[in-house]
Design a protein around this ligand. Sequence first.
Ligand SMILES: [Zn+2]
Length: 221
Amino acid sequence: MEIRLKPDDPMLGLPMTDAYLRWALQAVEEVAGDKGMRVILRQAGLEHLIGNYPPNQMVFTGHTFKEYADLNRAILEFYGRAGASFVRRIGRLSARRSIEEQDRLFGLGRLALKLMSTNVQLKMGLISMAHGFKTLYKEAGVEVDHRVEEHEDHFTYSIVHCPCCAGMEADRPICGMWLGALYEGGLYITGGKVFEYREIACRALGDPACVFWISKTPVSG
Ligand SMILES: [Zn+2]
């Protein structure tokens, strides 16, 4: 995969919370090991984060989308063909931490959800996730566009303000971290059901938003 830089992309300067960046770094370390993580961070130009992860706090202290995008690019380049599945795992592990630690933004109360159909659970989960991101960024004075649409046999989750592909052009979608995050969120919200997830549009391809396709029918679980 070839990734070219687009340094004038206004997304690069958007703020990233300490916790999101920390969870992504912890996930990289968990999957790649300490040594692999150091290589990836050097390749990403993020040496300053080696042994110096941001604290576990949902606040904005100066980290940006650019760091997240650089991390994503370094993983995709470092792992070559295996990069896509690697970033999905990073997305899953990051989301798991997010779900465990930040229920305030994304939690819907699983008790209430238990009474709903799987489809409604999934839909509510996706809407809750979009709402969580918008609320979080609104507190920082930034309007981000996350939206959920329902179609006959699938949902779409669209993100204009995507940190994974900020400042990049590529020949295929590169935001697999979201696929992992959506997968993990879907598991959580439906009590273990697995759906099909695909990235069908990506800003790195010139699309106006990164769009994720989510089947309404579980493939297992
Ligand atoms: Zn993206």
